[in-house]
Design a binder for this molecule. Sequence first.
Ligand code: RP5
Length: 193
Amino acid sequence: MAEKNRKAKKKAKLNIRPITNSAASPLPRVPASSSSPLVGVVMGSQSDWETMRHADETLTQFGVNHVCRVISAHRSPSLASEFASTAETEGFEVIIGAAGGAAHLAGVLAAHTTLPVLGVPMKSDALNGLDSLLSTVQMPGGIPVATFAIGKAGAVNAALFAVAILANTRPELRKKLHRFREAQEAKIRGTVL
Ligand code: RP5
């Protein structure tokens, strides 16, 4: 049985498809690495990239292999379902879902996977992101989405939280998180106005 599981796992690994965005989308991209990505950063629109690039930069800072993709729960519902349903076998360990307005993306992703889904509400024109926040956070019991702050702080913190999850089984990431906190504090201690 163990041998069968090992073979199935190996096969799933070999079947990993490179996840790329359409050529028309210049920003979200697959980072240059041969190992499979651990974090999927998914956003509802390319217009979310200006905020979500901060999640991308934070994950890159920690050396975490990840992909950034535009997938809309409303405009490309089948793709959202396909991405989340296959995420676990693709080797992802955490998904970050960011959307604005009627922000159902993180919830829809969470409905199709048991991987941890971290939601980032985008600041919206109409209601400054309060709509996004409530749409993301008010999940029905049974399908959890860990929701972060609206905008840049949420994007950075979702990435840091993803690193913290991965660090549970990766001591080198835990060390990096400690160093990050120390550097952050040292910067404040060294600030004299
Ligand atoms: C949401 O609608 C997206 O996540 C974005 O925040 C918002 C507006 O999208 P665009 O009209 O700019 O594509 O689905």
